[in-house]
Write a protein that binds this ligand. Structure first.
Ligand code: SF4
Length: 190
């Protein structure tokens, strides 16, 4: 994969980053990957065990489900989109990142968004939605999804379930399909 200059710069900064305690337990940072000119970006919560081991986002079982969503619901390839997380280092035991960890890491996500300039960002799960939209942590995913899509500075945000949630409860799958159809329509109208 060819990396844009900003990606290499950002990856280097993240590799050296010790802004929050998550740097202490990471094996590899997981900056994100994909098409640097993508019109569609996915943002998840944080790296899991497989991602931490490989230094790549969404490569475990949840990642395989995300790959299926990209092909089946959006008619795209994984290499067409950009995939990142709210925090770039794995929270121990896959716990939810704290507000402070997310705030410390947010400038990296913001930099990715400003370089990629996506038309649509799909927030995978409540943590990503909270990070991107600034809602309090207590806001339920059901409530967040009800107001899809959100208009932000130059892009839309569509909130849906995290693929790991679907692995635990397959009944959410139809909701994901609905959300990704919204994202697809937004991409089509430009
Ligand atoms: S999670 Fe983000 S802010 Fe924290 S150490 Fe890793 S790169 Fe730095």
């Amino acid at each position: 994969m060819v990396h844009a200059k900003w990606e290499s710069y950002l990856a280097e900064a993240i590799k050296r980053c010790n802004r929050c305690p998550l740097h202490e337990s990471r094996t590899n940072p997981v900056p994100g990957e994909g098409n640097p000119n993508a019109s569609l970006m996915f943002v998840g919560e944080g790296p899991g065990a497989d991602e931490d081991r490989m230094g790549r986002p969404f490569v475990g079982r949840a990642g395989k489900r995300l790959d299926l969503w990209i092909t089946d619901y959006l008619g795209m390839k994984r290499s067409d989109v950009y995939i990142a997380n709210t925090v770039k280092c794995r929270p121990p035991g896959n716990r939810v990142p704290t507000d402070s960890e997310m705030a410390m890491c947010f400038p990296y996500l913001l930099a990715q968004i400003s370089f990629i300039k996506p038309k649509v960002i799909v927030a995978l799960g409540k943590t990503a939605a909270q990070d991107l939209l600034g809602f309090p942590k207590a806001t339920s995913l059901k409530l967040l999804r009800a107001d899809n899509p959100y208009r932000r500075n130059g892009y839309y945000v569509v909130v849906t379930y995290h693929p790991a949630a679907i692995l635990r409860n397959a009944s959410y799958e139809s909701a994901v399909r609905e959300d990704l159809i919204i994202a697809k329509k937004l991409l089509e109208v430009g």
